[in-house]
Design a protein around this ligand. Structure first.
Ligand code: SAM
Ligand code: SF4
Length: 325
């Protein structure tokens, strides 16, 4: 069983945003004028999210990533994780976080059934980290990352978005992190979503350039990592961890896409870069049956585009924090 789209891709992964809100304001993510206010009622309740995921699981969705905004900023996300675990249908339950609240919640999340975490981290220098995130504390995040590793949220992935003139001089330092620790450090190409007034084509660094810069640390050997999705992984000689590249802009990212996205206000998005949305919240709240929800999920898969043309597109649409990165 499983959903197959019009381009023979198996869709078995759903990225679920639980909130638009965030305790940080990363300069490239949050629009300068902020994000439109969303009321409490607009946001899906945990029971509604669980219902959607249980129906999606019947259609073959096996991997769930909880995201936001900042997912740990929504109260009691552990209870959602616990309910999803109880469905007994999800093989891979993960969460993406900025790490500010990770040390506090890591154990509860693990106990609830979370398998692993991705932590977004764009600088290893406290002052710079504070500036990029408008107030984040690097030490707090590093403690969260260490805690996650120590309690077995495995693997711990660290996601860095290199941006020219902002943090690109730290690419090597991030690569070096994998030598003595088992982290999966992943470099994500900067994309024209989020804060449009910050985006500038010249700030974007391609995967090829990042790889070249990492090359000074030693030859990168390709490795296969289980459940690797669109990331391509490599290893430095004798390293404990691995280095991944997510090339949303330049390489064959769409070809390997297996995901749907559910926004915090209950819209199903077949593609990060397309404004097409299917309104599951309205369907749920007017009492849709499981069969009706399945039809909407199948529709989302049917209209999933083959690829994106983001570089040709006008700026607009939802920022990343409102889609769920
Ligand atoms: N708050 C959580 C966090 O920061 O991990 C989860 C949501 S955040 C929107 C998810 C990811 O989107 C982060 O890793 C962030 O770096 C990434 N992101 C946001 N805007 C981006 C952009 N314009 N280009 C590339 N990645 C972006
Ligand atoms: Fe918040 Fe994550 Fe966006 Fe930073 S990247 S502002 S932490 S949602």
């Amino acid at each position: 069983m499983g959903l197959k789209d019009g381009f023979s891709r198996i869709i078995d992964y759903m990225r679920v945003s639980v909130t638009d809100r965030c305790n940080l304001r990363c300069v490239y993510c949050m629009p300068d004028k902020g994000v439109p206010a969303v009321t409490h009622d607009d946001i899906l309740r945990y029971e509604e999210i669980t219902r959607i995921i249980s129906v999606a699981a019947e259609l073959g969705v096996r991997k769930i990533r909880i995201t936001g905004g900042e997912p740990l900023f929504r109260r009691n996300v552990q209870s959602l994780i616990r309910d999803l675990k109880r469905l007994n249908a999800i093989d891979d339950l993960s969460l993406t976080t900025n790490g500010m609240l990770l040390e506090r919640y890591a154990e509860e999340l693990k106990d609830a059934g979370l398998n692993r975490v991705n932590v977004s981290l764009d600088s290893l220098r406290p002052e710079r980290y504070r500036e990029i995130t408008c107030g984040g504390d690097l030490d707090t995040v590093m403690k969260g990352i260490e805690k996650a590793l120590n309690i077995g949220l495995d693997p711990v992935k660290i996601n860095m978005v290199p941006i020219r003139g902002m943090n690109d001089d730290e690419i090597e330092e991030f690569g070096r992190l994998t030598i003595n620790t088992p982290y999966h450090v992943r470099f994500i190409e900067f994309m024209p979503v989020g804060n449009g007034s910050f985006y500038d084509e010249n700030k974007r660094i391609t995967t090829d350039e990042i790889k070249e810069r990492i090359g000074v640390l030693g030859a990168l050997e390709p490795v296969r990592v289980r459940k690797n999705g669109p990331a391509k992984y490599y290893m430095l000689p004798a390293a404990q961890g691995v280095i991944g590249f997510i090339s949303g802009m330049t390489h064959h990212f769409c070809r390997d896409c297996s995901r749907l996205r559910l926004t915090a206000d209950g819209k199903l998005r077949p593609c990060l870069f397309s404004e097409t949305e299917i309104d599951l919240r309205s369907a749920l709240r007017r009492g849709a049956t499981d069969e009706e929800l399945k039809r909407l999920l199948k529709l989302a898969v049917e209209v999933k585009p083959e690829g994106h043309y983001i570089l040709e597109k006008e700026e607009g649409g939802r920022p990343m924090s409102r889609i769920g990165g």
